[in-house]
Design a protein around this ligand. Structure first.
Ligand code: FES
Length: 263
């Protein structure tokens, strides 16, 4: 069993070179990495980074990627991510690549609402690109605690500006009202008409509130940010309850249909 797992790991483990690593909001960093991205197949997948001296890897969702490299955005929440924030350009790191199922762009209708809560925002960026490329209209809602936590609003607006006919705008909600609408992402939803689907990543209360708002009338794809152990299905560190029993967020997800998960 161990040998089998080690060989899975070896297959997915790749060396990446850090190109840049900069702070973009309170405790939040954007890291650009160069390396082989051929194992990444869909927006919403994640990588699992090995840090020297740390037993557990750090799973981080992919913000954007092309054939030469990828961008990740992470929040410093403990020793591992704090260490990651100190790494400079040209440092090499090892990471398991292309993990998880990713969002299903083809199943989306003509107007997709993307909802990112805090560090659930990054995968929405790559997804927006993929939806625009597929000719679908995209509206974006981002939720943060405060203005100092807001990131990537301008990046989404820039992306939208190059797809004017397909762009429904970016809405921001902050809990303390210091930027955008005061409150939660759900406080922006009434302003956005005609959506066919929604895709979201963020804390469970946010995902729950979205499902509460749209119910089963509008299909949703929800990405879960569970704490993970192995990151590729070999432990039970990330189970979630669904209509067909417990599923592993890292292997069966992180994205599940809104009507399949029990939250
Ligand atoms: Fe080990 Fe998901 S993290 S099974």
């Amino acid at each position: 069993m161990d040998t089998e797992l080690n060989s899975i790991k070896k297959e997915l483990d790749q060396e990446l070179k850090i190109l840049s690593n900069k702070k973009i909001a309170d405790g939040v960093y954007e890291m650009k990495l160069q390396g082989d991205t051929s194992l990444i197949t869909a927006p919403g997948q994640f990588i699992n980074i090995k840090l020297p001296g740390f037993y557990l890897r750090r799973p981080i969702s992919i913000c954007d990627y092309d054939e030469k490299g990828l961008t990740i955005i992470y929040k410093v929440v403990g020793h591992g991510t704090d260490y990651l924030s100190t790494l400079g350009a040209d440092t090499a790191i090892m990471s398991l690549m292309g993990l998880g199922n990713g969002f299903d762009v083809d199943s989306c209708g003509g107007h997709v609402l993307l909802v990112g809560g805090g560090v659930g925002t990054p995968p929405m960026y790559g997804l927006a690109k993929a939806l625009f490329a597929a000719g679908k209209k995209v509206s974006v809602v981002l939720g943060f605690n405060s203005a100092s936590d807001v990131f990537y609003k301008d990046e989404f607006e820039k992306l939208g500006a190059s797809h004017k006919d397909l762009f429904g705008g970016v809405y921001v909600a902050t809990v303390d009202g210091s930027e955008g609408t005061k409150g939660f992402v759900t406080d922006c939803l009434k302003e956005i008409d005609g959506i066919t689907d929604y895709c979201a990543c963020g804390p469970i209360p946010m995902l729950k509130a979205l499902f509460g708002f749209y119910g089963d009338k509008i299909p949703g794809q929800l990405s879960f940010e569970e704490r993970m152990g192995c990151g590729f299905g070999a432990c039970v560190g990330c189970s979630i309850k669904t209509n067909s029993g417990f599923k592993k967020v890292c292997k069966d997800g992180p994205i599940f249909k809104s009507t399949d998960v029990i939250i």
